[in-house]
Design a binder for this molecule. Structure first.
Ligand code: DGI
Ligand code: FE
Ligand code: FE
Length: 396
């Protein structure tokens, strides 16, 4: 029987680590070929920075040129809707009864293999080959393998000896988005690297992608608030003579870290070395701006420092705010879904905002500080200093 390996993945992008796994499986199990099979993405998974099927397929074809025993299969992409691995193997078996398939997966996928659709069927249809990493994961992979063997004594399960690959697709995307592609050139087949550059893939995060991601991760109300802030901030930006783009992006992301509890915010900041003041430690929610800026940088590949600081300071403001910081701060306070029960003249401030951004920022701060004072909450130095700056200017 012909022995063929199958390596599936979203391949966004495919890199040398995938190819090293395919080669190692081929050598260690005497496979004639490995078919690289780009997969569709389940609707509930993040589609952020996910390239089109066409791009992922083309890059896989370019990568396959590095070894004459690699083939590309569009089997999953060509089918309507999402295909589970067990169905894919079922159909492949029908089409190629003379082939013994070896289904190759990473060690991390093996660990949750039992949560896949019909794992027992997969094991009937193919030999499972899991990358046994040499890193700290090796033990976990070994345990998962022996658990599976115990549970399915008939199944053929093997491991592929392979040292840990030092980079992931996510890190590769990050390097392109942040304008440092040379950093990851060595991890990509030359043709794939050139293709990404030629088509300017992973070069610009769009509002629409961020919007879809916020819709996925934020509670409904918070998402609607964020969209409203994005649009209102964009309108303020335009009325102040700027292009709307950065305001839109800062607006949609400003509360991206809002869903965490106070304790979580403090501990995440510590984990990622985001500085935490004593006031912030006692009032953890104040950190959602700073942590949001950190996530904007690390998860959403935002490199524009002005956008990042607008996210950072949207709750407290800061002395000497930039125009972008002001419009996001103000839109957050005034977007139409907001009720601000403690600000009786909210619509008056909304009206003023279209004529005089600074005056509206002053009034928003004034109301916030009055309310915080009345309800006995601790005032952050940054909020106090920002207000002081405006107070001097408007209370002469
Ligand atoms: O995240 P949002 O609810 O959309 O809005 P936000 O990030 O502006 O947070 C608003 C809350 O933050 C509001 O209740 C006032 C509060 N706040 C702003 N500055 C300070 C503050 N709370 C305290 N305790 N101290 C401050 O200096
Ligand atoms: Fe906020
Ligand atoms: Fe907000």
């Amino acid at each position: 029987m012909k022995k063929i390996g199958i390596l599936g993945g979203t391949f966004n992008p495919i890199h040398n680590g995938h190819l090293a796994l395919a080669s190692a499986a081929m050598e260690q199990y005497g496979l004639e070929e490995v078919w690289l099979m780009p997969s569709k993405l389940p609707p509930h998974k993040s589609h952020f920075a996910m390239l089109s099927e066409e791009h992922r397929l083309t890059m896989t074809q370019l990568a396959a040129k590095t070894n004459e025993k690699f083939r590309v299969s569009d089997f999953e992409l060509a089918r309507e809707g999402l295909t589970y691995t067990s169905d894919t193997l079922e159909l492949l078996k029908e089409e190629y009864p003379e082939i013994h398939f070896y289904f190759i997966i990473g060690g991390d996928s093996l660990v949750n293999f039992l949560s896949w659709w019909r794992p027992e069927r997969i094991l009937e249809l193919a030999t499972l080959l899991a990358a046994g990493r040499t890193g700290y994961e090796a033990e976990q992979v070994e345990k998962a393998t022996s658990d599976l063997r115990e549970r399915f004594p008939e199944a053929e399960i093997g491991t592929v000896e392979l040292s840990d690959y030092p980079i992931s697709s996510n890190e590769i995307r990050e390097a392109f988005f942040t304008g440092e592609p040379e950093r990851v050139k060595q991890f990509l087949p030359d043709r794939v690297y050139a293709y990404i550059q030629e088509h300017r893939l992973f070069s610009k995060v769009t509002f629409s992608e961020l919007d879809a991601e916020m819709q996925r991760v934020l509670p409904r109300k918070r998402y609607l608030h964020s969209v409203a802030v994005a649009h209102l901030a964009a309108a303020y930006a335009v009325s102040s003579g700027y292009a709307p783009e950065r305001a839109l992006i800062a607006g949609i992301l400003h509360d991206c870290a809002k869903a965490y509890s106070d304790e979580q915010l403090v501990s995440d900041c510590e984990k990622y070395s985001v500085p935490v003041t004593e006031v912030e430690r006692r009032n953890g929610f104040l950190l959602h701006g700073k942590l949001g800026a950190y996530y904007a940088r690390k998860r959403y590949f935002i490199t524009d420092e002005e956008i990042l600081s607008a996210i950072s300071y949207h709750t407290t403001g800061r002395p000497g705010m930039t125009d972008l910081e002001k419009v996001v701060f103000l839109a957050d306070y005034l977007e139409p879904f907001r009720t601000q029960p403690t600000t009786p003249d909210l619509n008056e401030i909304r009206r003023i905002a279209f004529q005089d951004i600074d005056k509206a920022v002053y009034l928003a701060l004034k109301n916030t500080l009055r309310y915080l004072g009345e309800s006995g909450q601790e005032i952050d130095m940054t909020t106090a200093d920002t207000y002081e700056e405006y107070r001097k200017r408007y209370e002469k």
